[in-house]
Design a binder for this molecule. Structure first.
Ligand SMILES: Cc1cc2nc3c(=O)[nH]c(=O)nc-3n(C[C@H](O)[C@H](O)[C@H](O)COP(=O)(O)OP(=O)(O)OC[C@H]3O[C@@H](n4cnc5c(N)ncnc54)[C@H](O)[C@@H]3O)c2cc1C
Ligand code: FES
Ligand code: FES
Length: 1338
C-alpha cells in the first residue's frame, strides 16, 4: 500500500485568485468549471475534444528542477480540474478587460478586424498571449505554430495574422521589404492618394505597446509549493469516480498493482475525448502527472531516455535543442521525430499529450509509433516486479487500443538511440488536412546500408493506419535485405508491399484504395530520398533525374501574406461621417476580452433545468416502443417529453410544408428527434438520454444517395425548370456535343457556437422568454407559439449575437426552441438546451450535396451554343428550404455567360437522411459550379486555355438579360474579370506554371480564374423588407433596434454607421443591444446577403424621421449641441422614438414562363487561384489567390473584405477538405473536428490578395453599397479547378486521358487516385470482394 499521506484539497489559482476546492469532481474538466462554477464564460465550448481551440487557456507551473515557470496553452475541455494542483490558470478575462485595460493581444485582434462572430476570439487571444509570455518577440513561424490549433469559421484567418504579426521583430518578418515588395508587417498602411485607393484597414501607430508588467504574476505560494513538494497523495472522490494522484513513483507502482483494471491518466488527450464525447466512465483514475521520473529527459552518448510522461512539446523542444549540438549522422532519428511532431495535433494538444500516452493508446492513426518502431526504440517498463525492457515493434501492439503491457505495469521511459553512420530513417504521414489532423496513413522507414555501399544491410518498414494495430512489412523487409538500392529493388518492393499489406474493402476508416496507394507512395518517396543520400555520399547508384527531386520536397507550412485594397471616401465627406470607412466591429473589444455574451454565457436562471435530445438510430422505421423508465429512475432526472406532451402543434410549418418536432409513429432518418430528457444539470441529462430505449420495426424502402433516389423516382415537389432559347436546335448547330456530370458533396456549417437556447417561462399569461441562437427570431417565435398553443405576443425571442450561423440557424433552431419551450412549459422552470458538437452535426445537417448531369453543344473555337443541365440535390427526409435552394441553383446556372440556348431542370431528391437546409450561398455555389465545370471541360476538349473560353462566352452587352430574362449590365463583372487577370499577373504566372510542370514530375501546379454574377435579395419577394426602431434618450445617446441578427457579419456596426451619418452623432453614442421580437416584429431572416440592405434602409428611414422632427427645433436653436437639441425636443413633447421600414422590391419568378426579376440586383467579382499538388500523396498547397470583388460603394471596407475572405475560405473548405461520411445505414460518421476538417490557418493561400472594385455603384441599395455575405463561397471553386488543371498536367505527362472525373471536394484521396501511376494501379489491381463499404457517397 502507498505509504505517504493523503490530501483531498485541490489548490490552484485562476486569474490570480486562489481556489481551494474541497469537493473536486474527477470528471469535471476545466472548461465546465470555469464557465459554470466560476462564471468565467469567456472561454468557449466548441467541440469538447481538443479539436477546435475555442477553449484555450494558459496553465503555468513552477518547475523545481529548472527553477523556472512554464507557461503552456492548453485546451480547457480536456484538462481535468484535479490535474491542476499547484497550477495557475489564466483565462481571457485575466489578461485585460474593457473596464480596466485591454491587453495588446486583445486590442490588436479587434482593431485588425480579426474578430467577426467572436466565438473563436478568446481562444485565439489566449494562444497568442501564451506565446508572448514565453517569447515577447516571436517569429512568424512561432505565431503560425501557436495558432495552428485554433479554428475560426468566419474570418479566413488573414486579419488575425495581420494583427498578431505586429508583435514580431521586423527582422523576423517575411523580409520582402528590400525587394521592392512590401514587407508583411507593412500591409495595410499606405494610401495612394492619386487614385484614392487605400490599403489601410488599421494603423499600427494606434496600438498600445506590449507591456509585460501588465501580466499577472505567477503566485508566489505556488512557487513555494513547487519547491517543497510534500510527497503526499491527492485523492478526490465524486459519486462515480475516484481520482488518486501520487507524487512518488513508488506509490504509483503500488497503486497500479492495486488498481489493475483502471487506466493511468497523464495528459488526458486520449482518455478525455472518450469521457467527454463517448460517455466513457472510469471509476478509478490514477493520475501520473506529478511523478518527476516520468517527466525526465536524459541524454547519453548513445541516445536519449525520455520519460513516458513527457509532453510532446517538451520532447520537441528537447530534440530541437539537442539537434544543434549533435552531428547530423547521429541525429537522423530525432530529425524524423521532429518532422512528425511538427504536424502532430497542435500546440495546445502537444502541451498536454505525452509520448507514453501516445504509445500506450495503441491507436494506429497516432503517428509516433511507426517512427519509434523503425528506430528500434526500447521501452522501460516498471511494476512491483521491477523494471523490464521491451522492444517497441509491431508485436508490442496486440490489437486496437491494446499492448503487451500487463495491467499492473507502467511505461516508465522510452530509449531512443542516436542514428549510426549509414543508417537512414524517414517519417511519412498524410492526413485530411496537413496539420491538426490524424493521419490517414503514417509510416516510419529505416534502412541500414553496408558501409559505404548501396547494399541493404537491413530494412524496417512500419505502417500505421493500415490495420487495427501497427504493421511491419516483415516479408518485404526480409526479401529486400542484401539487395542493391536500385530500380529493381523499388519494383520488387512495390510488388511485395502490395502482396503483404492487405486492407479489406470494409476496413474501418474506408479510403481503402487510397491507403493502399499511400503505402506504396511512401515507399517510393523513401526510395528516392535514399537514392539521393547515397549519391550525395558518392556511392555509385542510379542517377536521380532532376524532375524526380519533386518527390522529395515537403510542403512547408507558412503564415499567409497578402494585401487588400479599397477605395477611400471622397475628400468632401465629413471627417465625422463613418460611412465608407473601415470601422472596427462594434463589439470586437468585448469579443476579444470574453465579455461578449452568447446565449450559453447567460448565467443559470434560478431552478434552471437542462434538456438533452433522444434521437433515432434507424433511418426508416416504425417506433414500436419508447421506454424512459431507467432514465427517469435516475435521481435528478425531472421528466421525459415526447410528442404527446406538446400542448399545441407537434409540427413546424414552412411554406405549407410540415416537419414533426418529435417523431410520432415513424422515423425517417438517423438523428431525428424522438424525445427529450429534462434533468437538473447537463451531465445528468446527457447520461439519462442514453438510457432511453426505443424499439423499432424497420420499414422499406430505405435509401440515402441521389442515385438511389433517381432509381426510386423519389423527388419532392415542385420540380423546377428554366429555359432560354431552343436547346435542341442549339445542339444541332454545334460542332461538338459533350456529356458529363459533376458531383458536389455537402458541407457542415460548423459554426463555432453550437445551436441552443434558454427558455424561461414568464410569471403570467403564458409568457415565455427565449434567449436563442437564431438567424430568424420571428420564425422561432411563431413556431414556439404554435407549439405551445399561445399567441406570438406572449413569446419573446432575444438574440444578442450568434457565434456564427451561415444559414444553419434559421430552421432547425425553431424546432429545438419549440421542444425546449415545451419542456419549460411542462416543468414551469427555465430550461437550457445546448447541443454538443456531435449532436449538432447529426441533427441539424448542412449544405445539400448536388449532382449535375450536363449535355453541352459547342463550336471548335470554344463558343458554347447550348447547354442542358439537370440538377439533383439530396434534400434528405423533409423539404425544409430545399426547393428554394434548388431554385437559386437554377437561377445562377448561367453565371456570367451568355449561352443562347440554356436549360436547367432541378429535382430535390427525397432520401432517408437528415434534412438538408440553408447554407451560405443557398444553392448559388452549386448552380454556378456546374456551369463552370461545363466551361472547364469544353476548354479541355478544345485544347484552349480555360480563361479564354470563359471570356469568349461572357455577357458583353450593357443591356444583357439573364436566362430568366432579368435585365442587367455585366460591365462591373467584366471590370472585375480584367482587373483580376491583371492583378494576378495571370498570363505570366500561367507560363511559369507550365514551366514548373515541365521540370517537376511529382509536383504539378494549376491555375484557374472564374468570373461571378450573384443575385442579391430573396427571390421570394415578400422577404425583401426590413424594420427598425430608433430611440433617442435625453442624454443624447441613441439605441438602435432592428430585425437583423448579428452573427459576425457586422450588421450592427453598419447600422450604427448609418445612424451616425444621419443623426450626425459619433458612433460611440449609438448602441445596438439585441434583436428582440418585442421591439421589431415580423422581421425577415438575416440571410441572402440582404440583411444590411434591408436593415440599413430601415434604420436610415427611422433616423430621417427623427431628424425631420428635430429639424424645426434645430432651425430655431442653431447653436444647440446634439444633447441640448434632444432635451429641447423632449421639453417640446416631440417623440424621440421612431420606427423605420424598408419595403424592398417585389421580386419573383414565373416558373411556367421561365422569367422574372429574381433578384434585387447582382453582385459581381472574379477570382484567380494557383495550387500545387503532390501527385504521390494527393496533398496540395494553396499558393496564391487574387480576388476582385464588387461591393458597390462599401459601407465598411474592413467588414466587407472580412466577408469576402471569410466566404472564400469557407468555399475553399467546401471544394477541397470538408468531407462528410455516412455509414451504409445512413448514420453520419463525421461528428466533430477530429473527423471533419474545416480550413485551419495552414490551409489559407500563402498569398491572399483582396481588392474591392473601385468606382462601383449600386442605385438599389443603401448608399450605393452591395450585399456581400454569400457570394464569395463560390470562389473556392477556383482552387478545385486549379487542382483539376494540375492533375490534368500530371496525367498528360503520363500519357493518360485528360478527361477524368473529379468530384468535389477534391480531397487528398481523390487527387492521389486521379494522378494514376504504378502505385495506384497496384492498389486497384486486386478485385475487391463484395462487402458493405465503410462510407457511401450520398
Ligand atoms: C485534438 C487531438 C489531436 C490529436 N492529433 C494527433 C496526431 O495528429 N497524431 C498523433 O499521433 N496523435 C494525435 N493525438 C493523440 C495524442 O497524441 C494522444 O492522445 C496523447 O499523446 C496521449 O497521451 P496522454 O498523456 O494525453 O494520454 P492519456 O489520455 O492520459 O492516456 C492514454 C492511455 O495511455 C495510458 N498511459 C498513458 N501513459 C502511460 C504510461 N506511462 N504507462 C502506461 N499506460 C499509460 C493510459 O492509461 C490511457 O489508457 C491527438 C489528440 C487530440 C486530442
Ligand atoms: S472546446 Fe476545447 S478544443 Fe474545442
Ligand atoms: S470570428 Fe472566428 S469563428 Fe467567428
Amino acid at each position: 500500500m502507498p505509504s505517504s499521506t493523503t490530501s483531498s484539497e485541490l489548490i490552484f489559482y485562476i486569474n490570480g485568485k486562489k481556489v481551494v476546492e474541497k469537493n473536486a469532481d474527477p470528471e469535471e474538466m476545466l472548461l465546465g468549471y470555469l464557465r459554470r462554477k466560476v462564471g468565467l464564460t469567456g472561454t468557449k465550448y466548441g467541440c469538447g475534444g481538443g479539436g477546435c481551440g475555442a477553449c484555450t487557456v494558459m496553465v503555468s507551473r513552477y518547475d523545481p528542477v529548472e527553477e523556472s515557470i512554464h507557461h503552456c496553452a492548453v485546451t480547457a475541455c480536456l484538462q481535468p480540474i484535479c490535474s491542476l494542483y499547484g497550477a495557475a490558470v489564466v483565462t481571457v478575462e485575466g489578461i485585460g478587460s474593457t473596464r480596466t485595460k485591454l491587453h495588446p493581444v486583445q486590442e490588436r485582434i479587434a482593431m485588425a478586424h480579426g474578430s467577426q462572430c467572436g466565438f473563436c476570439t478568446p481562444g485565439m487571444v489566449m494562444s497568442m498571449y501564451t506565446l508572448l509570455r514565453n517569447k515577447p518577440k516571436p517569429s512568424m513561424e512561432d505565431i503560425r505554430e501557436a495558432l495552428a490549433g485554433n479554428l475560426c469559421r468566419c474570418t479566413g484567418y488573414r486579419p488575425i495574422i495581420d494583427g498578431f504579426k505586429t508583435f514580431c521583430n521586423k527582422e523576423q518578418c517575411c523580409q520582402n521589404g528590400e525587394q521592392r515588395v512590401k514587407c508583411c508587417l507593412e500591409n495595410g498602411f499606405t494610401h495612394n492618394l492619386d487614385d484614392n485607393i487605400s490599403e489601410e484597414l488599421f494603423r499600427v501607430e494606434d496600438f498600445i505597446p506590449l507591456d509585460p508588467t501588465q501580466d499577472l504574476i505567477f503566485p508566489p505560494e505556488l512557487i513555494l509549493m513547487g519547491k517543497k513538494p510534500d510527497g503526499g497523495q491527492l485523492c478526490f472522490q465524486s459519486e462515480r469516480v475516484k481520482w488518486i494522484s501520487p507524487a512518488l513513483l513508488t506509490d504509483l507502482i503500488q497503486l497500479k498493482a492495486q488498481y489493475t483494471d483502471f487506466p493511468m491518466l497523464v495528459g488526458n488527450a486520449t482518455l478525455g475525448p472518450k469521457m467527454n464525447l463517448n460517455g466513457a466512465l472510469y471509476p478509478v483514475l490514477l493520475y501520473a502527472g506529478r511523478i518527476p521520473e516520468l517527466r525526465t529527459i536524459t541524454w547519453s552518448s548513445s541516445g536519449v531516455r525520455v520519460g513516458a510522461g513527457c509532453s510532446l512539446s517538451a520532447l520537441k523542444d528537447a530534440l530541437q535543442m539537442k539537434m544543434e549540438q549533435l552531428n547530423p549522422e547521429e541525429s537522423r532519428i530525432y530529425q524524423a521525430l521532429l518532422q512528425t511532431l511538427q504536424c502532430l495535433a497542435a500546440k495546445q494538444i502537444r502541451n498536454m499529450a505525452t509520448i507514453g500516452g501516445n504509445i500506450m493508446s495503441a491507436n494506429p492513426k497516432y503517428d509516433l509509433c511507426s517512427v519509434l518502431a523503425a528506430a528500434q526504440c526500447t521501452l522501460q517498463i516498471i511494476s512491483t516486479a521491477g523494471v523490464r525492457e521491451v522492444c517497441l515493434n509491431e508485436e508490442f501492439f496486440t490489437g486496437f487500443g491494446k499492448t503487451a503491457l500487463r495491467p499492473d505495469e507502467i511505461l516508465l521511459a522510452i530509449d531512443i538511440p542516436h542514428s549510426k553512420p549509414w543508417e537512414f530513417i524517414s517519417a511519412f504521414r498524410q492526413a485530411q488536412r496537413r496539420e491538426f489532423a490524424f493521419s490517414i496513413v503514417n509510416a516510419g522507414m529505416k534502412v541500414v546500408f553496408r558501409d559505404e555501399s548501396a547494399v541493404v544491410e537491413s530494412l524496417d518498414l512500419y505502417y500505421g493506419g493500415v490495420g487495427p494495430s501497427l504493421v511491419k512489412a516483415r516479408n518485404t523487409c526480409k526479401e529486400l535485405s542484401g539487395r542493391l538500392w536500385d530500380e529493381s529493388l523499388l519494383a520488387e518492393g512495390i510488388r511485395l508491399l502490395k502482396e503483404e499489406i492487405s486492407l479489406s474493402p470494409a476496413a474501418p476508416g474506408g479510403r481503402v484504395e487510397y491507403r493502399k496507394s499511400l503505402i506504396l507512395s511512401f515507399f517510393f518517396k523513401f526510395y528516392m530520398q535514399m537514392l539521393l543520400e547515397l549519391r550525395q555520399r558518392g556511392v555509385a547508384v542510379t542517377d536521380v533525374p532532376p524532375e524526380n527531386l519533386s518527390a522529395l520536397t515537403q510542403y512547408r507550412s507558412e503564415l499567409p501574406q497578402g494585401h487588400h485594397t479599397f477605395q477611400m471616401v471622397s475628400d468632401d465627406q465629413s471627417s465625422t461621417d463613418p460611412v465608407g470607412r473601415p470601422r472596427m466591429h462594434q463589439a470586437a473589444f468585448q469579443q476579444a476580452t470574453g465579455e461578449a455574451q452568447y446565449y450559453d454565457d447567460i448565467p443559470a436562471v434560478k431552478g434552471e433545468l437542462f434538456l438533452s435530445m433522444v434521437t433515432s438510430t434507424r433511418a426508416h422505421a416504425k417506433i414500436t416502443s419508447i421506454d424512459a423508465s431507467a432514465a427517469l429512475a435516475m435521481p435528478g432526472v425531472v421528466t421525459f417529453i415526447t410528442a404527446e406532451h406538446v400542448p399545441g402543434q407537434n409540427r413546424r410549418l414552412w411554406f405549407g410544408n410540415i416537419e414533426e418536432l418529435f417523431a410520432e409513429e415513424e422515423v425517417i432518418c438517423v438523428g431525428q428527434i424522438i424525445g427529450a430528457i429534462v434533468a437538473e444539470n447537463r451531465e445528468l441529462a446527457k447520461r439519462a438520454s442514453c438510457l432511453v430505449t426505443v424499439t423499432y420495426e424497420d420499414v422499406l424502402p430505405v435509401f440515402f444517395t441521389i442515385q438511389e433516389a433517381i432509381e426510386h423516382q423519389s423527388f419532392f415537389e415542385p420540380k423546377r425548370k428554366l429555359e432560354r432559347g431552343n436547346v435542341e436546335e442549339g445542339f444541332e448547330q454545334s460542332d461538338h456535343i459533350l456529356e458529363g456530370e459533376l458531383y458536389m458533396g455537402g458541407q457542415e456549417h460548423f459554426y463555432m457556437e453550437t445551436q441552443g437556447l434558454i427558455a424561461v417561462p414568464g410569471e403570467e399569461a403564458g409568457e415565455m422568454e427565449l434567449y436563442v441562437a437564431t438567424q430568424h427570431a420571428a420564425y422561432t417565435q411563431e413556431v414556439v407559439g404554435l407549439t405551445l398553443g399561445v399567441d406570438s405576443n406572449k413569446i419573446t425571442c432575444h438574440v444578442k449575437r450568434l457565434g456564427g450561423a451561415f444559414g444553419g440557424k434559421v430552421m432547425k433552431i425553431a424546432s429545438l426552441s419549440a421542444i425546449t419551450a415545451t419542456a419549460a412549459y411542462r416543468t414551469g422552470r427555465a430550461v437550457r438546451c445546448v447541443l454538443e458538437r456531435g449532436d449538432d452535426m447529426l441533427i441539424t445537417s448542412g449544405r445539400h450535396p448536388f449532382l449535375g448531369k450536363y449535355k453541352v453543344g459547342y463550336m471548335d473555337d470554344g463558343t458554347i451554343l447550348a447547354a442542358d443541365i439537370t440538377y439533383y440535390s439530396n434534400g434528405g427526409c423533409t423539404l425544409d428550404e430545399s426547393s428554394f435552394i434548388m431554385e437559386k441553383a437554377l437561377l445562377h446556372m448561367d453565371n456570367g455567360y451568355k449561352i443562347p440556348h440554356l436549360r436547367g431542370r432541378g429535382f430535390v431528391c427525397r432520401t432517408f437522411l437528415p434534412s438538408y437546409t440553408a447554407f451560405r450561398g443557398f444553392g448559388g455555389p452549386q448552380g454556378l459550379t456546374m456551369i463552370e465545370s461545363v466551361l472547364h471541360e469544353v476548354a479541355a476538349k478544345c485544347g484552349l486555355p480555360a480563361h479564354q473560353v470563359r471570356e469568349m462566352n461572357m455577357y458583353q452587352s450593357e443591356d444583357s438579360y439573364t436566362h430568366h430574362k432579368q435585365l442587367f449590365s455585366p460591365e462591373d463583372m467584366l471590370r472585375c474579370w480584367s482587373e483580376c487577370l491583371e492583378k494576378s499577373d495571370y498570363e505570366q504566372r500561367l507560363l511559369a506554371v507550365q514551366q514548373f510542370n515541365s521540370t517537376n514530375r511529382w509536383r504539378k501546379r494549376g491555375m484557374s480564374i472564374v468570373p461571378m454574377k450573384f443575385g442579391i435579395g430573396f427571390s421570394k419577394g415578400f422577404y425583401n423588407q426590413g424594420a427598425a426602431l430608433v430611440n433617442i434618450y435625453k442624454d443624447g445617446s441613441v439605441l438602435v433596434s432592428h430585425g437583423g441578427t448579428e452573427m459576425g457579419q457586422g450588421i450592427n456596426t453598419k447600422a450604427i454607421q448609418i445612424a451616425s451619418r444621419i443623426l450626425n452623432v459619433p458612433m460611440s453614442s449609438i448602441h445596438v443591444k439585441e434583436t428582440c421580437t418585442g421591439n421589431v416584429p415580423n422581421a425577415a431572416p438575416s440571410a441572402a446577403s440582404f440583411g444590411t440592405d434591408a436593415v440599413g434602409m430601415a434604420v436610415k428611414n427611422a433616423c430621417e424621421k427623427l431628424m425631420g422632427r428635430l429639424e424645426p427645433i434645430r432651425k430655431n436653436n442653431p447653436k444647440h449641441t446634439w444633447q441640448q437639441l434632444v432635451v429641447e425636443a423632449y421639453c417640446q413633447k416631440v417623440s424621440l422614438s421612431a420606427t423605420g421600414f424598408f419595403m424592398g422590391p417585389h421580386t419573383g419568378v414565373d416558373w411556367e414562363r421561365s422569367e422574372g426579376t429574381a433578384y434585387y440586383y447582382f453582385t459581381f467579382g472574379a477570382c484567380c487561384s494557383e495550387v500545387e499538388i503532390d501527385c504521390l500523396t494527393g496533398d496540395h498547397k494553396n499558393i496564391r489567390t487574387d480576388i476582385v470583388m464588387d461591393v458597390g460603394r462599401s459601407l465598411n471596407p474592413a467588414l466587407d473584405i472580412g466577408q469576402v475572405e471569410g466566404g472564400f475560405v469557407q468555399g475553399l473548405g467546401l471544394y477541397t477538405i470538408e468531407e462528410l461520411q455516412f455509414s451504409p445505414d445512413g448514420a453520419l460518421r463525421t461528428r466533430g473536428p477530429s473527423d471533419y476538417k474545416i480550413p485551419a490557418l495552414i490551409d489559407i493561400p500563402r498569398t491572399l490578395n483582396t481588392h474591392l472594385l473601385t468606382n462601383a455603384h449600386n442605385p438599389h441599395a443603401i448608399y450605393s453599397s452591395k450585399g456581400i455575405g454569400e457570394p464569395t463561397v463560390f470562389f473556392g471553386c477556383t482552387i478545385f479547378f486549379a487542382i483539376k488543371e494540375a492533375i490534368a498536367a500530371a496525367r498528360r505527362e503520363r500519357g493518360l486521358s485528360e478527361s477524368f472525373n473529379l468530384s468535389s471536394p477534391a480531397t487528398a484521396e481523390k487527387i492521389r487516385l486521379a494522378c494514376e501511376d504504378t502505385c495506384t494501379t497496384a492498389a486497384f489491381s486486386v478485385t475487391p470482394e463484395p462487402c458493405k463499404p465503410w462510407a457511401i457517397d450520398i
